[in-house]
Write a protein that binds this ligand. Structure first.
Ligand code: DP6
Length: 314
């Protein structure tokens, strides 16, 4: 072991979503999912041994995290996975490049960065698949943030989840852009953990979701190999809309959209009618993410001047 260790992991945006668990304690998903990591946007986490401390200290963007918070408890539970090796408390410092709760999954990059940092601190030298399994235990989508580029999370079939981890795809797409529209930075009321459980438990429509995801993953992999942007964008948008339909079909209904989300989606659909190839995706929050290629940047910047443009393949 070393005294401290720092690691970075990127945020990822799912083009085929993870929604629904077959095992909630282990974050084992019902379906495979496929994402793209957002280059140098993500979390940087430093972990260090504390001498003579009674509890772990967790800092997020420079501020101490309250020990009663759910976030603190999740971080401590993650450290506990490793602590048997060298007992003692740690200080964890995470800095996110993206607003927490703004619809970019900072928990995914955060748990992936924490897992890499802990592997380094305890001198484990874990391979990527082992890091992905461990990151998954912190937050399901974190298993994809272990890698850059396009990533597929294989759901696995084992009850212990040891075959449920992500692997990178070899293809890159330098022209691909992700535009983030931060419509509201408000923290969501229902987190994805609770939201997906409610959907699985109460939405009959969820019965069609595994088939939707399976079809969409196949289309996305084909689109990535063929560099077919229309197929990539259309598949990602339909997949996101289908996921949100299952949420709305839950009881009580789950609607992450705000009026601003609908306005943004309508602008995207209008732009497509005008011949601009742009597609949208949304996660468990009100913000809309745009998918486009570099040569559409000027058209989009006119309609969405506040958009944050991210280059996934640097
Ligand atoms: C809508 O990974 O945050 O963003 O495993 O309970 O921590 P937990 O859930 P989380 O869910 C992400 C859901 C999503 C879709 C996706 O990223 O695939």
């Amino acid at each position: 072991p070393v005294a401290s260790f720092e690691a970075f992991a990127p945020v990822n945006i799912a083009l085929c979503k993870y929604w629904g668990k077959r095992n909630a304690a282990l974050n084992l998903p019902v379906n495979d999912s496929l994402s793209v990591s957002l280059g140098n946007k993500g979390s940087t986490t430093r972990v260090a041994f504390l001498s003579d401390a009674q509890a772990d200290e967790v800092y997020l963007n420079g501020s101490a995290v309250n020990r009663d918070s759910g976030f603190y408890k999740k971080v401590v539970a993650h450290i506990d996975l490793f602590r048997g090796l060298v007992p003692g408390c740690l200080r964890v410092d995470t800095v996110n490049d993206v607003a927490t709760g703004a619809g970019l999954a900072s928990s995914a990059s955060g748990f992936a960065a924490l897992t890499k940092a802990l592997s380094g601190l305890y001198g484990l030298g874990l391979g990527d698949e082992q890091l992905s399994v461990l990151a998954r235990l912190g937050s399901g989508s974190a298993c994809r943030s272990v890698y850059d580029g396009f990533v597929r999370w294989h759901k696995g079939v084992r009850a212990d989840g040891m075959d449920s981890f992500a692997k990178p795809l070899p293809e890159s797409w330098p022209e691909l852009r992700v535009g983030v529209l931060t419509l509201t930075g408000e923290e969501k009321k229902t987190g994805s953990r609770e939201g997906m459980q409610r959907t699985v438990d109460s939405a009959l429509l969820y019965g069609s979701w595994p088939e939707q995801a399976e079809r969409d993953i196949a289309r996305l992999e084909h689109a990535i190999v063929q560099r077919d942007f229309t197929l990539l964008g259309a598949t990602a948008e339909q997949n996101a809309m289908a996921m949100h339909a299952t949420m709305l079909a839950s009881w009580p209904p789950l609607l992450y959209w705000q009026p601003e989300s609908v306005v943004a989606l309508q602008k995207v659909w209008q732009l497509r009618e005008e011949g601009v190839p742009v597609y949208a995706t949304m996660d468990a929050g009100p913000n809309v993410k745009l998918l486009f290629e570099a040569n559409s940047t000027d058209d989009l910047a006119q309609v969405f001047p506040e958009m944050d443009i991210i280059v996934p393949f640097l």
